[in-house]
Write a protein that binds this ligand. Sequence first.
Ligand SMILES: NC(=O)C1=CN([C@@H]2O[C@H](COP(=O)(O)OP(=O)(O)OC[C@H]3O[C@@H](n4cnc5c(N)ncnc54)[C@H](OP(=O)(O)O)[C@@H]3O)[C@@H](O)[C@H]2O)C=CC1
Ligand SMILES: CC(=O)N[C@@H](CCC(=O)OP(=O)(O)O)C(=O)O
Length: 342
Amino acid sequence: MLKIGIVGGTGYTGVELLRLLAGHPQAELRAITSRADAGTPVSQMFPSLRGYVDLKFVHPDEAHLDQCDVVFFATPNGIAMQQTRALLDAGVRVIDLAADFRIKDIAEWEKWYGMTHACPDLVAEAVYGLPEVNREKIRQARLVANPGCYPTAVQLGFIPLLEAGLVEAGSLIADAKSGVSGAGRKAEIPTLFSEAADSFKAYGVAGHRHLPEIRQGLANVFGKPVGLTFVPHLTPMIRGIHATLYGRVRKDADLQALFEQRYANETFVDVLPAGSMPETRSVRGSNLCRIAVHRPQGGDTVVVLSVIDNLVKGAAGQAVQNMNIMFGLPETTGLNVIPLLP
Ligand SMILES: NC(=O)C1=CN([C@@H]2O[C@H](COP(=O)(O)OP(=O)(O)OC[C@H]3O[C@@H](n4cnc5c(N)ncnc54)[C@H](OP(=O)(O)O)[C@@H]3O)[C@@H](O)[C@H]2O)C=CC1
Ligand SMILES: CC(=O)N[C@@H](CCC(=O)OP(=O)(O)O)C(=O)O
């Protein structure tokens, strides 16, 4: 059994980790932290976990995280980088759901995240945890940087086209929409029901912190820098990301076959039949990314539709997938969740 610690158990990604790990046959939850709610039973705060998680939240200082096999950080940006070195030194493997270890260029990270990085050497060591690209490196990793939610949906949609050199890499467009749980559980005016419901808006058009992360990932698979316009939107649903991706096709090819072949062995990427238009609810609660590829009117624009649950494949589910790979478990362990309907 893997002894597991979660730092930040009261946020949406933390409780989603709890939901998935409570049903994971090889996971033994040891410690779940919260500073504000230390001492509160998990099932009191999250009644859906009653009977599944028999723990109380503990303060991080009393969590004995160094006795775990793996610690997940489901904390705001800038927390994991302060604690990871001590855990690694104690032989604990770390999976960070925040962005502390995602961007290799430290100056770029500091510019977008507005803080000084505490451990650039560990950024160099960290493996970017997108299994569909980095599976072999993840197996050996002590430290995994779990990808962001938008970056997961966007990268999985563009990767086949870039790897095959079939799209003009200088003018990619990602038009992405997220549910409000993407903003976390903390109270903020833009995600109040009366602000977000029955409305729809773009944000971060001038620049969003996921832009450098997506560019870095796409450049790695393409072998050269890419040009990307990324526009996120807030949409009045709770879970889900829908990314509509556009590119200019460079040469004729069977794009449907390309996508089907690229993801043929990927359990968590489902390439839909030609003509499909995936809905976010078709992946709700599951670790799936469902993708459809279109070439409207046979023209030179390729349109890829990519949907994920931001809290699962976009966060906690992908983190559990990475844990399974790191510890040599079947990748689907604990993740065979059928999407919720309706
Ligand atoms: N929501 C989403 O869809 C996605 C989120 N992420 C990332 O995952 C991380 C967590 O997100 P989310 O669950 O939404 O966040 P929340 O803001 O909802 O939760 C944050 C959690 O971290 C704890 N925490 C806050 N500050 C500290 C600290 N200094 N030390 C220890 N614990 C702390 C909080 O508990 P307490 O203050 O009581 O200690 C709380 O449990 C973020 O970095 C986010 O960017 C990634 C992908 C998708
Ligand atoms: C709807 C919404 O606000 N989404 C968040 C992104 C999700 C997130 O938490 O960012 P990471 O994936 O980097 O952790 C935002 O745009 O800031």
